[in-house]
Ligand binder design. Structure first.
Ligand SMILES: [Zn+2]
Length: 107
């Protein structure tokens, strides 16, 4: 086992999560771009749903970005190192948030 493959299982997990989020985000996008019903009452309900979907979309986009960055750090060999204090991020924190880029003290 070389250092290169040290984070392979995490990388695979992140990639799976990323694929899932991408599919979900694309699903949200297609729902948002559907032409709305002209009936006013239904239109109002749809707008509320759209806001909920847009919020979900923003969360997904943020997570997609963070996961992509984490995969990039694994490839560069800087994964698991705090981006602020440069100390190792505790394993428990990486278990809870695999794409964490700061340690518990630097959140
Ligand atoms: Zn730190």
């Amino acid at each position: 086992m070389t250092n290169h493959t040290k984070h392979d299982s995490i990388r695979a997990e992140l990639q799976t999560r990323l694929d899932h989020l991408m599919k979900r985000a694309q699903g949200i996008d297609s729902e948002l771009s559907e032409p709305g019903d002209t009936d006013w009452e239904e239109r109002a309900t749809e707008m509320e749903d759209d806001e909920v979907l847009a919020t979900l979309g923003n969360i997904a986009v943020k997570e997609i970005t963070e996961i992509r960055e984490a995969i990039g750090r694994i490839d560069k060999g800087t994964y698991g190192v705090c981006s602020r204090c440069k100390k190792a991020i505790p394993a428990e924190r990486l278990d809870a948030v695999p794409y964490a880029k700061t340690c518990t003290a630097c959140i």
